[in-house]
Design a protein around this ligand. Structure first.
Ligand SMILES: Nc1ncnc2c1ncn2[C@@H]1O[C@H](COP(=O)(O)OP(=O)(O)OP(=O)(O)O)[C@@H](O)[C@H]1O
Ligand SMILES: [Mg+2]
Length: 333
């Protein structure tokens, strides 16, 4: 066996399509979405209302099935699961945290009993102390005996994370877990996801509108019109004097067949629409408005074409501003 082979990603979505039909009108909630989340990654999914975030999470939690495309989690091909396998999948492989605290916890049970019940449903009767350990991990051990109504919104969501972890899932999915919380409490809940990811190595995908989320994750994926459009990667750079700098770089997402989305502000600024001129340069691809009137000033002299696998002609190099892939120093400490 080849032990050096990299672990397969925990979440794989390829060309995911979900069409809802309501009163003969079709809504394309997902339009060929691609997403890979590696094992042990903590990723945020952000995007405008209606962009398809909850639709994606419903599919990943096996509550809904895609119209087309591939979705697999922890090596399980979701559309092909039987009803029985789906139940096992939802109990053992994934854990969920929803926005509404009432959907996560049973109101008449204490925090500890909520976690214990989730473990009992999962069938794990070993290590009765595990429920308490999980409450400790999410920072609410001292509230173990309180019912949800006796806890703050942030504390309830942290208990919800413990419930989601009750059966040691490989993957944690959260849909707007901080949506009902104020700014300060949201940060505490996001720190809880960070702690869980760090301590247990659980892969996590958090859907959110919360602008603060990007500081708590390694990667933020933007979803636009049912497709992933850009990603921001974060890492720490140590300079020659040993000082650590938080770095971030934004990338456009390119799918397998070469499709990508131009940011709308770029399209607006350069009036890019319908058709654009593309030109292969030595180290980048140039995009110009397709408008004939704009051609003499900005576009290459001869009508540019995209050669099918061809090399750029001699002398074609033209520097362009590197606006998109820009390294940005976030702070100095
Ligand atoms: N069950 C459904 N039936 C019909 N249309 C639906 C259904 N669920 C979602 N949609 C539509 O699909 C699109 C994507 O919805 P979705 O709920 O995934 O968006 P979202 O990104 O989660 O938005 P929000 O940030 O507001 O929660 C929307 O146009 C929505 O109206
Ligand atoms: Mg939603």
């Amino acid at each position: 066996m080849n032990t050096t082979a990299p672990a397969a990603p925990d979440i794989v979505c390829e060309g995911l399509v979900r069409i809802f039909t309501v009163a003969d009108i079709e809504v394309q909630a997902l339009q060929g979405l691609d997403l890979l989340v590696e094992r042990g990654e903590l990723v945020a999914l952000v995007g405008a209302s209606g962009s398809g975030k909850s639709t994606l999470l419903s599919i990943l939690s096996a509550l809904d099935a895609p119209t087309a495309g591939r979705a697999s989690v922890a090596g399980r091909d979701l559309p092909s699961l039987s009803t029985r396998e789906r139940v096992t999948y939802r109990r053992e492989v994934v854990g969920f945290v929803w926005q509404q605290t009432a959907r996560n916890l049973l109101p008449y049970l204490s925090a500890l009993e909520n976690v214990q019940l989730a473990r009992a449903i999962g069938g794990d009767r070993s290590r009765p102390e595990r429920a308490g350990e999980l409450l400790d991990l999410v920072g609410v051990a001292e509230h173990a005996d309180k019912r949800p109504a006796e806890l703050s919104g942030g504390q309830q969501q942290r208990v919800a994370v413990a419930v989601a972890l009750a059966n040691d899932p490989r993957v944690l999915l959260a849909d707007e877990p901080t949506g009902d919380l104020d700014e300060h409490t949201s940060v505490e809940v996001l720190q809880t996801f960070e702690a869980v990811n760090r301590e247990l190595g659980t892969t996590a995908l958090i859907v959110t509108h919360d602008p603060a989320v990007s500081e708590h994750v390694q990667r933020t994926v933007q979803i636009r019109d049912g497709r992933t459009s850009t990603e921001v990667l974060r890492w720490t750079h140590t300079d020659d004097e040993g000082r650590e700098h938080a770095m971030a770089e934004e990338f456009a997402v390119l799918d397998r067949v070469g499709r990508m989305q131009l940011p709308t502000d770029y399209m607006d600024r350069l009036s890019l629409r319908d058709r654009v001129r593309l030109r292969l340069e030595d180290d980048h691809v140039g995009v110009w408005p397709g408008d004939r009137a704009a051609a003499p000033a900005e576009a290459p002299a001869e009508a540019p074409t995209v050669p099918a696998g061809g090399e750029p002609a001699a002398g074609e190099t033209r520097r362009s501003r590197r606006e998109r892939a820009h390294g940005e120093e976030q702070n100095d400490d």
